[in-house]
Design a protein. Structure first.
Length: 577
């Protein structure tokens, strides 16, 4: 495009007698030998003045020429967009109306750059022609002055703009292949700013090891947030005008109905990022401000974990392995949403998976695909519930059954029946602690003697943030920890050394990087079975469990604090009672 205009400019100059053919040949050779543009060579050699060259170029490109070197009044608009954006696309903003920015650009016909700027800024763009060296000089004057006046604010802006630029261009340098469904779809242009933006949001989330991407619609803006190590972090705000296009793009990627905007939709998306398989679960929810999206990122590398790799202490790991190795009975894993229950169950299945065992699972949804295991997705809309699936499993001759979640009496009763008839049943329940699982099953209507005769163990768990290995430093025990240890009658180990992350670029200034589990394992004993049959209270059953060696979530968390893996504040955040 640029060479074409150079030839046109020289044609006009020769026609007007301003240069000769011989001079043109010399200039073209100089341009090949240096990085200096043709118009700069002409101007610096004093063959043609700047205004003549830029006037000709303005006529050829049909854009207005602005001599930025002698232009005044743009100061209030010059920093509407950051230095990173201005320098990347080589422009100076000289005006702003209600919905339009006027930008002086070296190449006002670069529609791809204009589209990218429009996407980031959220405004329409009026491209104006400028002389490249003048634009560079002006940018240096604007931002060097700004840096002196407000260095801290500029650093923050630059950091924000790095996020924007990572999102706008990340996809162009990474190998991402969308595994589309077998049905034919309309062809999609794969190199537009919008597609690079959506793909970049996903790529950046994966690189930051986020578990979820939240794309949220509000009255005037659209927010992008990531859940990293269990904590929501705002990444960027986008123009509200981009919302329909972004949502439609995600629907196309996940095979959803792009015309349906009134009902919630769920879909799946599989990508390969740097030869690493990533599964995603898409949930679209209509709100009063428009559709919002949550993308759950499921890293397949997590499903290869064994029970020795999920953070269980040696004593808990040994008892839990013994429970899941039995030929029948029920093993329950409990905790809130996002506490890693599915990962623990899959780790157990990986341990049990063998050619001599038939394993079937019923899940809602099936999060990961496991080799050698028969996995079933519930479909409540057609009457295929957890209970219906479990009843069908009896005719499939399974050895081990995994139920994604026990939600009601019918599912619980059918799972108990499976455990009584010689199957090992693994499942989850939402309770605050391990003993709460027993009382919850009773509340559902399960007879206590059935619970006592089938339940092998209950593992309660939480996920807490781990200290960042790059910036953690020694600290002294806090008064909070000392008071807690005294209250719980736990002696403080001699010569204890605690650690806490001070915050660095690696952990995004949080002091934490990654998560670890804290666990509470309730194993059955004769005395506990008697208490269950007698319908004893949860407090009474907890006393019996502690007598037989139960370590609470809080106690397991404190042990990990003593080992320097996390902080007492983080343990309190998720496990304080």
């Amino acid at each position: 495009m640029e060479k074409f205009h150079h030839l046109k400019i020289t044609d006009v100059l020769i026609e007007e007698g301003r240069i000769t053919a011989a001079q043109l040949a010399e200039i073209i050779q100089k341009e090949k030998d240096t990085s200096v543009s043709l118009e700069e060579i002409l101007i610096k050699s004093n063959m043609v003045d700047k205004n003549t060259i830029m006037t000709i170029k303005s006529d050829l490109t049909h854009t207005k020429y602005i001599d930025i070197s002698s232009y005044y009044g743009y100061e209030e608009f010059s920093r509407l967009l950051s230095e990173t954006i201005c320098r990347r696309y080589h422009f100076v903003c000289i005006n702003k109306t209600d919905n339009k920015l006027s930008l002086v650009m070296a190449n006002p016909l670069d529609i791809f750059s204009i589209d990218n700027i429009r996407l980031v800024a959220g405004y329409d763009i009026e491209p104006l022609l400028g002389y490249a060296p003048d634009i560079e000089l002006t940018l240096n004057q604007i931002f060097s002055c700004h840096e002196i006046q407000d260095l801290d604010a500029e650093e923050q802006n630059l950091e924000d703009d790095k996020n924007l630029q990572n999102i706008a261009s990340a996809i162009s340098s990474l190998d991402i292949q969308i595994e589309r469904k077998k049905k034919e779809e309309a062809p999609v242009i794969i190199d537009t700013p919008l597609i690079r933006l959506v793909d970049g949001i996903i790529v950046q989330a994966i690189e930051k090891k986020a578990s979820d991407i939240h794309i949220e619609a509000f009255e005037n803006i659209m927010k992008i947030r990531y859940r990293i190590d269990g904590i929501m972090q705002e990444v960027m705000n986008l123009s509200k005008a981009l919302q329909p296009s972004i949502i439609s793009r995600i629907k196309i990627m996940s095979g959803l109905n792009i015309t349906e905007k009134r009902l919630p939709q769920d879909g799946r998306l599989n990508i390969n990022l740097k030869n690493k398989a990533i599964d995603m679960r898409i949930s679209i929810l209509p709100t009063i401000a428009g559709e919002g999206v949550v993308i759950r990122i499921l890293d397949r590398s997590n499903i290869t974990l064994g029970l020795d790799e999920i953070g269980l202490t040696p004593s808990i790991a040994e008892d839990f392995k013994a429970a899941v190795s039995q030929s029948n009975g029920m093993v329950m894993v409990t905790g809130p949403t996002g506490s890693g229950k599915t990962t623990t169950l899959y780790a157990a299945l990986n341990t049990l998976n063998a050619p001599t065992k038939k394993i079937v699972t019923i899940e809602d949804p099936v999060e990961y695909y496991l080799n050698g295991i028969n996995q079933v997705q519930v479909r409540p809309n057609i009457g295929f519930t957890f209970a219906a699936g479990l009843r069908a499993f009896f005719r499939q001759d399974p050895d081990i059954i995994m139920v994604g979640e026990i939600r009601d009496f019918e599912t619980a009763q059918t799972a108990i029946e499976a455990a009584l008839t010689g199957h090992l049943v693994l499942s989850t329940l939402h309770t605050n602690d391990a003993v709460g699982t027993i009382t919850r099953l009773m509340d559902m209507g399960i007879e206590p003697f059935l619970i006592a005769s089938t339940l092998r163990c209950v593992l309660a768990q939480r996920l807490i943030r781990a200290n960042c290995h790059h910036c953690k430093e020694p600290i002294n025990p806090s008064s909070t920890l000392l008071r807690l240890m005294d209250k719980m009658n736990i002696p403080l180990p001699d010569n204890i050394q605690l650690f806490k992350g001070k915050g660095c670029k690696i952990c995004n200034k949080t002091g934490y990087k990654g998560r670890i589990g804290i666990f509470e394992l309730l194993t059955m004993s004769v005395e506990l079975e008697e208490r269950i049959v007698d319908r004893s209270s949860g407090t009474q059953m907890m006393e019996v469990a502690k007598k037989h060696g139960l370590k609470t979530l809080l106690e397991d968390g404190i042990e990990k604090v003593f080992n320097g893996l996390t902080t007492i504040e983080e343990v309190f955040r998720v496990a304080q009672t």
